[in-house]
Design a protein around this ligand. Sequence first.
Ligand SMILES: Nc1ncnc2c1ncn2[C@@H]1O[C@H](COP(=O)(O)OP(=O)(O)OP(=O)(O)O)[C@@H](O)[C@H]1O
Ligand SMILES: [Mg+2]
Length: 373
Amino acid sequence: MASNGPLPLAPGAVIGILGGGQLGRMAAQAAAQMGYRSHVYCPTAHEPASQVTDLCTVAAYDDWAALSVFADHVDVVTFEFENVPAATAAHLAERVAVHPSPQVLAICQNRLREKGFCRSVGVPTTQYAPVRDRESLQAALANFPLPAVLKTTELGYDGKGQTTLMPGADPAEAWAAIAGDKGELEAILEAFVDFRLEISVIVARDATGHIESFVPVENRHKNHILDKTLAPADIPDAVAAQAKAIATTIAEKIDLTGMLGIEMFVTRDDQVLVNEMAPRPHNSGHWTMDACLVSQFEQFIRAVAGLPLGAPKRHSNAVMNNLVGADANHWLELLAEPGAKLHLYGKNQARPGRKMGHVNRLLPLDVKPTSLD
Ligand SMILES: Nc1ncnc2c1ncn2[C@@H]1O[C@H](COP(=O)(O)OP(=O)(O)OP(=O)(O)O)[C@@H](O)[C@H]1O
Ligand SMILES: [Mg+2]
């Protein structure tokens, strides 16, 4: 049962974080609260995560010399960004404990490996087919339900690198939408799920194999970007139990040490299908910062530092709203709003579509988050 997890790191130890974004920032803040130091490794300076620690390496993900020095100066390495090249993770893992493991990272980086893994452990996903060029797309469509979603297998986020095919769609146009003028690209064709709602489960597994997950939450998107999370999701207990059981199965079978954010669809007949997973804290877990004694970021640090996990219990229900682009200009009003808790990420340019911060609004446990709709 036990994986090769780290020994408990004592306060004062250094946690290496690959990636400089807001997830790294909030993880470093949680680590600091627990007496750890964080060393952020990312390709550019003054990023959200590097602003909150004085240990930072600014170097490329394929700068092997810089990675070796980084490995020598940290006690464990983790990721806030899953698109770190596999070779980077492997290089570090030869020198220092890396959690989650490079194997977990490799599965979560690629939509085909991700869905293949889920199926292999009995976790349902939507129907899918691998495609690699216009011809294979055309061939797959001959025998595939429409609408369908065509996605690149790697490097997609916030809906980038995907396009929907309605009945009668032109495969050449769809291919060009994700591949541009590239003739070949690893891609996946997915049957469109007519979901009732989208949910996610944040699950952590510690070095001894113990697993805890936060309550399933509902996620609503705007322009393909997460707009709000309602905690908990308004779903029957049996569906919530099913979602938790799926998260537990995945965490165990993938041999996780660390955290996964698992996105799922709930179909109109209450089936739960896994959409994708992220090997790190997740945007849909930000509500835990104010509605739980142990936030997802503390839980994440506990898991990678070899500590026992905390109870993922919530003391309040919550609604989390992302502040995207110009939304963050309302910071002064949000600070004045009773019951609202503002979190900003230290990004100075509010470009459209850029996640600048989030706001959590708490509700008593007997008040449904949908009451704020
Ligand atoms: N097969 C599908 N059926 C129906 N809707 C889908 C499907 N795949 C994706 N979507 C919709 O598009 C959104 C984004 O897709 P997905 O989560 O796969 O990609 P992403 O770009 O990696 O997103 P993220 O911002 O979560 O990283 C989903 O949350 C969902 O609303
Ligand atoms: Mg997603």
